[in-house]
Ligand binder design. Structure first.
Ligand code: DLZ
Length: 158
């Protein structure tokens, strides 16, 4: 069934819908676990704060960020799941592994969202070091897990 086209002026950046019956999948990478757990906590609390029910939030882990794409797909393929939030921390090392993983994850998550026509959020930190990651996981730049959850809610209202 085709959805009706809303007036463009309806789309505002602070648009939030009732998410009390929405189901969310959280996919969390285990690399840099203490940081990804903090991102996850931020996302989880934000969903609850905006009205999601605890029993409607499904949390799964994957070994590393590279596996977020498949993890997202395995959740997104379920009709009951409305949005998937992927959380990871990719820290630059001596080699270019971080670039390959980051690009693959970004592209992979975009593909899953477009394939299943539902929000699949890229909540992945790509930093030079651990300090920069903590700055974005509850530190001076906020918690990007919170932002990822807000983005998912925003997209559900689209
Ligand atoms: C191998 C690897 C490396 C070196 N660094 C990270 C990282 O900083 N963040 C992350 O989430 N994952 C890392 N991984 C693991 C890969 O994402 C992946 O799990 C493995 O290459 C196996 O496919």
């Amino acid at each position: 069934m085709a959805t009706s086209l809303k007036n463009l002026s309806d789309y505002t950046s602070d648009q939030f819908i009732d998410i009390s019956d929405k189901r969310f999948g959280l996919v969390v990478a285990e690399w840099n676990r203490t940081i990804t757990d903090t991102l996850c906590q931020g996302a989880y609390e934000t969903l609850l704060k905006h009205g999601a029910k605890e029993e409607n939030i499904y949390r799964n882990t994957v070994p590393g960020s590279f596996e977020l794409g498949l993890g997202a797909q395995l959740l997104a393929q379920h009709e009951e799941i409305d949005a998937v939030i992927c959380l990871g921390v990719i820290i630059k090392g001596e080699t270019r592994h971080d670039e390959f993983i980051s690009h693959a994850v970004a592209q992979g998550l975009m593909n899953v969202g477009l394939k299943f026509n539902k929000p699949v959020i890229f909540g992945v930190l790509t930093t030079e070091n651990e300090e920069q990651a903590w700055d974005r996981a509850g530190g001076k730049h906020g918690n990007k897990g919170v932002e990822a959850a807000v983005t998912a809610i925003h997209m559900l209202g689209f």
